[in-house]
Design a protein around this ligand. Structure first.
Ligand code: KRY
Ligand code: ZN
Length: 258
């Protein structure tokens, strides 16, 4: 199985997942001065108001909040032709004092990165079908940096003790991700992939430029999670679960702003 360690980490994923060396891999370093302002790019709009989160789980790679497969939690606009339905969100983060975002901006890394994963339910009949289609998924990336506490994150960090081990899951209802969004919805967008195996090249990335602030105490709670299950004797702290930037291979990053 793949991971983020010395033996099973990102530099060895290509052995089981050759697409790791593909033409539209993610994450990437975003060079703002090379991004092309596209005045035709509409603003993105997020409709999460009556979204229905169901559970929070530790899948051995990250902590994931999943949503019911209903049509009232959508991301649309921007580069997207259709409304994409929210399926799950999760995070990537570093060790104490280190940064763990996946995308970087002019080489700058952030403490963490939130990914809100959506699928093109207008065109495909299931997430599984969309996940392998070039226009199947849209992931909204939000950078997290250390600063004041983010109130909206406390419902998540207060639940982490219940999903300490890989394979644990617990109820997690009525969470509205609006509370994790920055005030500006300015974004960069580019064609990319899942940043973990199976690394499918099916993602339209929409990365918000404005980070949200979270406290060191809140980040510390993410680091109490473990990569391993309760049965395994090896206790490995879940941190540095990020893939480094991948080659741009001629792709253009578009900006929604001048
Ligand atoms: N980090 S990220 O780019 O946001 C990202 C990375 C990996 C995934 N991911 C891993 C497995 N799957 C998956 C689950 C069910 C399915 F039917 C097909 C999948 F690709 C998936 O969507 C989802 C999101
Ligand atoms: Zn992710």
């Amino acid at each position: 199985q793949w991971g983020y360690g010395e033996e099973d980490g990102p530099s060895s994923w290509y052995k089981d997942y050759p697409i790791a060396e593909g033409a539209r891999q993610s994450p990437i370093n975003i060079a703002p001065e090379e991004a092309v302002y596209d005045h035709g790019l509409p603003p993105i709009s997020l409709h999460y108001d009556n979204c229905t989160s169901t559970n929070i789980s530790n899948n051995g790679h990250s902590v994931v909040v999943e949503f019911d497969d209903v049509d009232n939690q959508n991301l649309l606009g921007g580069p997207l032709e259709n409304a994409y339905r929210l399926k799950q969100f999760h995070f990537h983060w570093g060790g104490k004092g280190c940064h763990g975002s996946e995308h970087t901006v002019a080489g700058k890394t952030y403490t963490s990165e939130l990914h809100l994963v959506h699928w093109n339910a207008a065109k495909y009949s299931s997430f599984a079908e969309a996940a392998v289609a070039p226009d199947g998924l849209a992931v909204l990336g939000v950078f997290l940096e250390i600063g004041d506490e983010r109130g909206g994150l406390n419902k998540i960090t207060d639940s982490l003790y219940m999903v300490k081990f890989k394979g644990t899951v617990t109820d997690f209802r009525d969470f509205n991700p609006n509370c994790l969004l920055p005030s500006s919805l300015k974004y960069w967008t580019y064609p990319g992939s899942l940043t973990t195996p199976p690394l499918y090249e099916s993602v339209t990335w929409i990365v918000l430029t404005e980070p949200i602030c979270v406290s060191e105490k809140q980040m510390g709670k993410f680091r109490t999670l473990l990569f391993n299950s309760e049965e395994e004797e090896q206790r490995t702290r879940m941190e540095n679960n990020f893939r480094p930037p991948q080659p741009l291979k001629g792709r253009t990053v578009r900006a929604s702003f001048k």
